[in-house]
Design a binder for this molecule. Structure first.
Ligand code: PHE
Length: 357
């Protein structure tokens, strides 16, 4: 009789337990080492054998039923707690993505990606090379004669002499990667080579570190018309305006023959730059037909292969397209400048939906 009452009392308390802590308290109270049921078990040893026959199973049954009741209640409470948490942590996945407010793409990165998108459409692949170059790739293989003043044409940053008297350089242009590409791959070649370049120079349109994208096309019948057509097509696509006036001007590079520089018309209005109109020309790239000596230096037969190359100044192109007056600001790491001139990281430049938005 006493056990029936105890069971009724405990069962009611279990189903009334309102959270997992209360339930655990009850478990200790009933089934813990000094719990009420455990205490009763201890008496078993002292009762007569006949009494034990009925009391034993009764106590064990009670213990099992209370244990089961607690376990069942525990599952109910856990489910309820999970439901409550899910209800408060609900996210409305139909809400539009919030635009990223912090973090902008630098105009140089943007323009590099725009250039890559345009040339990718024309079937060009991307190649890269090291910023620290040896004399062979940066000069000699590109047909700069030894001790020729043409080497001084670039204000080169030299490293200290090595034991064999050779000196590594910070590459003065991306053209050494032309050499690396021609020596490692078989024509036909159609590649662009984006990268950092270095010259000891600093003013409103020059910085000691700047960016170039090199282009190289080698095949059996490539000629100057392809060079002009490719670059004109590029300029029209890049500037995204109706008309941009350009001109090719004869020039000299040791590694191309003939050579030409391409200028774009622009206008400076106070602190602003406008592209395509005005009276000023800004040089944006050097180009030419790859010199037979350069082909030979790379193991190609000039009677079989020919091609063209170009190298464009990415920073200049960014200044012109986005009206940025001073090149040195590009590297000043001013967050307000980047907020103003930077681009949304979610807008990937491509020629189908527009390069810049
Ligand atoms: N390397 C040249 C420069 O930096 C540009 C160039 C590249 C010219 C390829 C011709 C061909 O000025």
């Amino acid at each position: 009789m006493e056990l029936d009452e105890l069971e009724k009392d405990l069962t009611e308390k279990v189903s009334a337990a309102s959270d997992e802590a209360a339930l655990e308290g009850l478990r200790v109270h009933a089934l813990g080492k000094k719990g009420v049921i455990s205490e009763k078990m201890k008496v078993l040893g002292k009762v007569s054998p006949e009494e034990r026959k009925t009391l034993g199973p009764a106590l064990n049954g009670l213990k099992t039923r209370i244990g089961d009741a607690i376990a069942a209640r525990k599952i109910v409470l856990e489910d309820a707690a999970l439901e409550a948490r899910l209800a408060t942590e609900k996210v409305d996945i139909t809400l539009p993505v919030r635009p990223v407010q912090k973090g902008r793409i630098h105009p140089v990165t943007q323009v590099m990606e725009e250039i890559a998108a345009i040339f990718a459409d024309m079937g060009f692949e991307i190649r890269e090379g090291p910023d620290i170059e040896d004399d062979f790739h940066n000069f000699t293989a590109l047909n700069f004669p030894p001790d020729h003043p043409a080497r001084e044409m670039h204000d080169t940053f030299f490293f200290n002499e090595k034991e064999d008297n050779s000196r590594m350089v910070l590459r003065t242009h991306t053209s050494p990667v032309q050499i690396r590409t021609m020596m490692n791959e078989k024509p036909p070649l159609r590649v662009i080579i984006p990268g950092r370049t270095y010259r000891c120079d600093s003013d409103q349109t020059h910085t000691p570190m700047f960016h170039q994208v090199e282009g190289l096309v080698i095949d059996k019948t490539t000629h100057m018309g392809h060079l002009k057509g490719t670059l004109k097509e590029f300029v029209a696509a890049f500037f995204e305006v109706d008309s941009v006036e350009t001109r090719f001007r004869p020039h000299f590079f040791p590694f191309t023959e003939p050579s030409a520089e391409m200028d774009v018309k622009y206008e400076r209005m106070g602190n602003e730059i406008r592209i395509g109109q005005g009276d000023d020309w800004m040089e944006i790239l050097g180009s030419g037909m790859v010199h037979p000596n350069v082909l030979r230096n790379c193991g190609l037969d000039p009677d079989e292969y020919q091609g063209f190359a170009f190298g464009m100044g990415v920073d200049r192109l960014a200044m012109l397209k986005y009206g940025i007056p001073d090149l040195r600001d590009f590297f000043a790491a001013d967050a307000r400048w980047l907020e103003h001139y930077g681009f949304d990281p979610l807008d990937q430049p491509n020629t189908a939906t527009g390069l810049s938005r």
